[in-house]
Design a protein. Sequence first.
Length: 83
Amino acid sequence: MLEQRPAGVMQVSGPRDVAYQDVALHIARRVGADEALVQPQDSSEAGLPPIFAPRYTTLDTTRLQRELGLIPPDAWSGGGDPP
């Protein structure tokens, strides 16, 4: 696995895309916050330039799986059920 010593930096993500609203709801539940406080907002309405509004929450992990045989954990592992 790591004996291959792939060049470059590896950034591990998740196996699937997760909506930012779902992440916020999950965090609110975990800390006991009022879920009604979590409201979706379009990034342009929030005044964020498009460069700071990624389309996806995850990165492609194909290379990680193919070259190192590592499978990223589920987004909800270790912290309760998803929203």
